[in-house]
Write a new protein. Sequence first.
Length: 383
Amino acid sequence: MLKTEFHSNQTVAFDPIPSLVSCDWNFPGQRNGEGLYNLHPYPAKFISQIPKTLIKAFNIPKDTVILDPFCGYGTTLIAAQSLGYSSIGVDLNPIACLIARVSTQDCSQNIVESATRCIQKAKATEGLISMPYIPNLDHWFKKPIQIAVFGLITAINEIEEENLRDTLRLALSSILVRVSNQDSDTRYAAINKPVEKNDVYSIFSRVCQQYMQVLHSSQEDYPNAFVLNKNILEVSPSDIPSKVGLVISSPPYPAAYEYWLYHKYRMWWLGFDPLLVKEHEIGARSHFFKKDHHTPKDFENQMQKVFKLLSKICIQNSYACFVVGNSKIHGEIIDNTELLVSAAAQENFELRTILPRNIPSNRKSFNLSNSRILTENIIILQK
DNA sequence: TTCCACCAAACAGCGTCATG
DNA sequence: CATGACGCTGTTTGGTGGAA
């Protein structure tokens, strides 16, 4: 019975790939979040060693690409690029797509000079431009901060060169929680912080200098990474321009993390609609805590839809790797590994290996009275 | 240059209250 | 009464900046 095997501490290997089974998937001593992997806050990223190790383990035909259907920050795309492979990432969240694009595309323009010009423009127009309507804005941003942020975003949006504009938009997005009243990125509570208008300009300027170093030193003649900002459940095979030779992803878990919520004000400021993202976000808590709420079965059906798409765009015998942990709905532990494997099986993706992994303690910890998920699985499937 | 005190930032929930 | 919006929770860790 498959289910009992999931709960053992042993690696389940039905047809072991030696380099995968012998690897220590806990990657002791490795840190996540340097250089390109640290451009912007993003919750629950997987560490870059996971996609890197997986990519090296498989033979990927030259005329195919690596796909991440829930690309988020773009860790898979960055890893693919650094190892010489083209990649495609899909994500519903426009902030995620912005991060993934900026970190994989060339931005050879002078970031710091442009940032300085934007700051000058913003200072010159302080109080002269009328604010957009954003719900509850005063609760989360002090008035002077609002003026500085909106001045900056207005100036940035006037930049013509697309990659440069994206880069500065991302830099501004990355500092928004710091200059807001929000406690921290993953702690959605208003507190009083001693931030002033000029801090917005100085922090933005500092971040742009960091971007300059990171983006310049790491982007020359790298393979292409294509980022598609779309609900994966509405993606058709024709949206994916290449045959896929390998899938690496970590899907959202039911009722776990709400990405839309923690990027809500970033989306408002950058002109996206967070409510639309919320409505379609797989796993968002609102779907699980209302009348006629979603169930784990709904999650399985959504995943099956994803595998249906994958079966059409992946080449025969290609591998699909998913990193998943469990989650909790209405107090009940949900075995997401089982749901995902079941969904995959219905679209003829065969389970090959389950590699258990300890979630390192340096992910820090929520209130210990809350139940913590300490392990996750890397599931290897094959078409 | 090294060390250490200090602090910001991070964390795959849950509770409560105002509103319709 | 259902819903949505916001408040609240503690601890670890890496980085920073001043003192030794």
